[in-house]
Write a new protein. Structure first.
Length: 674
């Protein structure tokens, strides 16, 4: 039900260079730029040092990771595959003709690039439908040229309405207060049912399961629809059910992976296969328990219906996959943290009744990602904490990872982009960020994932679903506050995680600036903040600004017509983080919906239009795309003369367009309508 990525995409990472002009210079880490997106390549250091079996395991799991791409397109939008396939046909047919030079064609190419990036026609972050920059007239001409009865995916008129009608399917995920969040959202998790029906359906399921100490995550792997008799039923995602052709391929590669797995890995790979075959969520829990116990493994993976950010009710999970292995050197950091987990819990500035008496199974490591798939591609998390089921986390613990080669790639791609020079007023703050930016980001992510999400406990009688549409934002706020509070604790110096509290102050300056100001550049003018990680950051920053106003803890300084957000008192700010953590933990522990709603609605949503316009203008002048995502490396099996696999090679020559065309050609298994 919770957690996951910190959402510190491109904007969140500090430039490590102070040169302001390198953006124009060659940037070998950026492979493509369009609209508000930059596409970055990442490397997989250490891959060559894996054993042959480990390399094969990575290879097979990577193939499995690519096989679920269509599922996500369909989950995001009922006609997502139809739009993608039609555009790909027009693009590949047209790109070698003279038409390819036209503005209209280039605008369609840009639109298609955005569709690939978002796994659909709605922005991956704002959830708003894309506005095409080519005309319907031109587009219909292209359809007439290249779409015929053999390759038609969708009726042309419907397709044009989907692309050009602003009002139709306007938002993938609409959580505005007062709307029916189910019927107002264009995702494909529900059809023909409204919010009231959905809530009643799952309330009845939960009631039947009342008292089960191992509650099933009902609804996680299904679409909810009405059948021909008007009965509400689930269409479950499994072999033989919805999405079967793609899941069969995923299982095919998991079977291969199983053969090169070690005995521990084999157990949960088998459990995952069993779950995919049946759709039985109890088997998914079994898989998670086996998986979370295996903390020794070097190569590890996520593969399944995992995170529920795309469902306005936080129930249905999107398909994703991450294949990774341990970054041994960087793991020393998280090992220290895990060893001190109980100390952190015992000293948390919250009501002692809501502290965990015994922190179990904190397993944290730093990983190197080898392949991203589904909802982790092309945009990805930089930290993951799984599994999500509260009872498994409580009874068996959770695995928490931070992804070092991805943050490294972000940092490299941001070098010299001039961001800090524009938005950070004081040289002392810039200097701290320059020295400690990467370390403070890494530690913030580690603390958030490794300890933050896992901390605290519910009051007796609280179920955990009381906060409804506010739960994601409040959960992220809780984890962030835990991280921010402890980042500024002398304990971190004492146990050797940071050389000086300046590391924390670097993060504090940046976090507040980002939460109040710079992250707004990602939001269209006139819109509110919707995404839960962004809401969380705004909530924390604005709350601390207001509460510390009398003491001038945070100040908005105006200079030469520009506004700067500056932290004046780091020590007092840390106390404010602690106070807010106490309140957010209370809200979660007691399931206090009204208090949670008030916090989010008062601090996290509304944007001052003038302030907003200024941020956007300054950011645009820097020419920095606010979002980043990735191309995957490619892997190749190497055989000897007898046809035995003797090695796996990794290559970094992938280009954005070619990679997506290749995935659509070789890893596309679903029919257009599912
Ligand atoms: Zn989180």
């Amino acid at each position: 039900m919770m957690n996951k990525f910190l959402g510190l995409t491109a904007m969140g990472i500090f430039a490590v260079s102070t040169m302001a002009s390198a953006q124009e210079a060659e940037q070998p880490w950026i492979v493509d730029r369009f609209d508000d997106i930059k596409v970055i390549r990442y490397e997989v250091p250490g891959f060559d040092n894996l054993t042959l079996k480990e390399k094969q395991y990575v290879y097979y799991l990577s193939e499995a990771a690519k096989c679920g791409r269509d599922i996500l397109f369909d989950q995001n939008f009922k006609y997502g595959l139809a739009v993608r396939r039609t555009l790909e046909t027009l693009y590949t047919e047209g790109r070698n003709t003279a038409e390819a030079e036209s503005e209209e064609f280039k605008a369609m190419e840009k639109y298609l690039k955005k569709v690939w990036f978002a796994n659909g026609i709605h922005h991956h972050y704002s959830n708003d439908k894309f506005t095409p920059e080519f005309s319907e007239e031109w587009f219909r001409g292209q359809l007439a040229l290249y779409i015929n009865d053999d390759n038609r995916q969708i009726d042309n008129d419907l397709l044009c309405r989907i692309i050009f009608d602003k009002e139709l399917y306007a938002s993938r995920l609409n959580q505005k207060a007062g709307v029916d969040v189910i019927t107002a959202s264009a995702n494909n998790y529900y059809e023909g049912v409204n919010q009231e029906e959905v809530e009643a359906f799952y309330a009845a399921m939960a009631a039947a399961d009342e008292g089960n100490p191992e509650p099933i995550s009902y609804g996680l792997n299904s679409k909810l629809v009405k059948d021909e008799n008007g009965e509400i039923v689930e269409r479950v995602w499994h072999i033989g059910g919805m999405y079967s052709p793609a899941i069969e391929q995923i299982v095919f590669w998991l079977e291969k992976a199983k053969k090169v797995a070690n005995p521990e890995q084999r157990k949960y790979v088998q459990a995952l296969i069993d779950y995919y075959r049946t759709g039985d969520l109890a088997l998914f829990d079994k898989y998670n328990i086996l998986w979370v116990r295996d903390t020794d493994t070097n190569v590890d993976f996520v593969n399944g219906f995992i995170e529920s950010y795309g469902d306005p009710l936080g129930r249905k999970a999107s398909w994703e996959s991450v294949v990774n292995f341990r970054d041994v050197e960087a793991c020393k950091r998280t090992e220290i943290m895990a060893a001190n987990a109980q100390w952190f819990e015992d000293h948390a500035p919250i009501n002692p009744a809501y502290r965990k008496e015994e922190v179990k199974g904190v397993s944290a490591k730093v990983i190197t990602v080898a392949m991203l798939g589904g909802d982790c591609f092309p945009a990805t998390a930089i930290g993951i904490n799984l599994p999500n089921a509260d009872w498994i986390r409580k009874e068996h613990g959770s695995k928490s990872v931070t992804i070092d080669n991805i943050t490294y790639a972000y940092a490299k791609a941001a070098e010299g982009n001039g961001f800090n020079e524009e938005f950070v007023l004081r040289e002392a703050d810039r200097e701290r960020m320059r020295l400690y930016g990467k370390l403070s980001d890494d530690l913030h992510t580690d603390l958030h994932e490794c300890l933050g999400h896992g901390s605290g406990q519910l009051a007796p009688g609280t179920k955990g679903d009381e906060l409804r549409t506010y739960s994601s934002t409040l959960e992220e706020a809780r984890a962030d506050l835990f991280a921010l509070y402890y980042l500024g604790d002398e304990k971190l110096v004492e146990i050797g995680l940071i050389p000086t509290l300046d590391v924390a102050w670097a993060q504090y300056s940046k976090y507040i600036m980002n939460g109040m100001q710079t992250q707004l550049s990602r939001i269209e003018l006139g819109k509110d903040v919707e995404e839960s990680h962004m809401r969380n950051r705004k909530l924390i920053a604005e709350w601390c600004y207001e509460k510390g106003k009398a003491e001038n803890v945070i100040e908005i300084v105006e200079q030469d017509g520009k506004h700067y957000v500056v932290v004046n008192d780091f020590v007092r700010l840390r106390e404010l983080f602690g106070e807010l953590l106490c309140e957010v933990q209370r809200i979660k522990s007691e399931g206090d919906y009204e208090a949670g709603k008030a916090l989010v609605e008062n601090y996290a949503v509304k944007v001052d239009p003038e302030f907003h316009a200024e941020v956007i203008a300054r950011n645009q002048a820097l020419n920095i795309e606010p979002y980043g995502g990735f191309v995957n490396p490619s892997y190749e099996l190497v055989y000897d003369k007898k046809g035995r696999i003797i090695d796996v090679k990794v290559c970094y020559d992938s280009q954005y367009v070619e990679q997506h065309l290749e995935y659509s050609k070789n890893y596309s298994f679903l029919p257009t309508m599912n």
